[in-house]
Design a protein around this ligand. Sequence first.
Ligand code: VTB
Ligand code: MG
Ligand code: MG
Length: 317
Amino acid sequence: MDRNLALELVRVTEAAALACGRWVGKGDKNNADGAATEAMRRTLDSIEINGTVVIGEGEMDEAPMLYIGEKVGTEGAPEVDIAVDPLEGTIICAKGTAGAITTIALAPRGGFLHAPDMYMDKIAVGPTAYGAIDITAPPKENLKRVAEAKNCYIEDLTVVILDRPRHEKIINEVRQAGARIHLVSDGDVAPAIAATVADSGVDMMIGIGGAPEGVLAAAALKCMGGDMQGRLVFMSDEEKTRAKSMGIDDFDRIYTAEEMASGDIFFAATGVTNGELLRGVRYYSGGAETHSIVMRSKSRTVRFIKSQHQFDFKPLY
Ligand code: VTB
Ligand code: MG
Ligand code: MG
């Protein structure tokens, strides 16, 4: 793969954002998700890849589009695996609050961890704190090491955590250690990426969120030289059986970003609502503006792309 496919992938996340952007604040997360998924599915077929969805919207019997195992793109093109979350933060979009994105990542065949739809414990930081994190250590220890690596005080660090009862203990520990916290109602992919962006105001993302979202964040962090660890959290024996069927034998394994997304990775995300990482879709007379991040691990090039879309020339929107 010699071309930077990420530059084509961004058309896919832009189309998804323009589609679900119409559903912002409408209180209808399913239609918002459906609009993003349909737009992503449609535009994927215009890309010169022979893709298989490995992280998607669910199994074939439960997801009409972008289900796990679905083939997308064009036959005869380079074979790749695809991870998608067409609308990461469906409730955020439905409410019009901060941080919804559309996102896709691409790896050479076999490059992504086939993470089942279950929970994953995660910790993510940017390149300046690479090597400083240990998911088995308490938050305080991680904060101490990250502050050392960043040559600042723990008090200077901002940690993003999903606002959930399950995080009560780590929230208390982070508070006691002295760091600032940004609790978010949903969406842990964008904050993990934001932790790798120097001026985002986010230094770390910790806590338990979705495993598929963990793989997408890992793909992005790999492109940016960030550091991440993830460990699957099993809530039932059924989840263990399902993980086994997807090739996961070691239930306690700690995965690095590299182990969740290996090889030459391409990643793209577009903002749906405003967030720390990306601006949301803005509509104006005759068109709309989107804000995206596009990257590739091989070259480590990170591009922020602002695009103006003129609807008279793009009749689908
Ligand atoms: C997680 C998180 C996502 O949904 O999957 C969460 O990774 C669902 O967790 O970013 P809960 O069961 O606690 O609601 C998101 O926040 C949005 O997709
Ligand atoms: Mg989704
Ligand atoms: Mg999601």
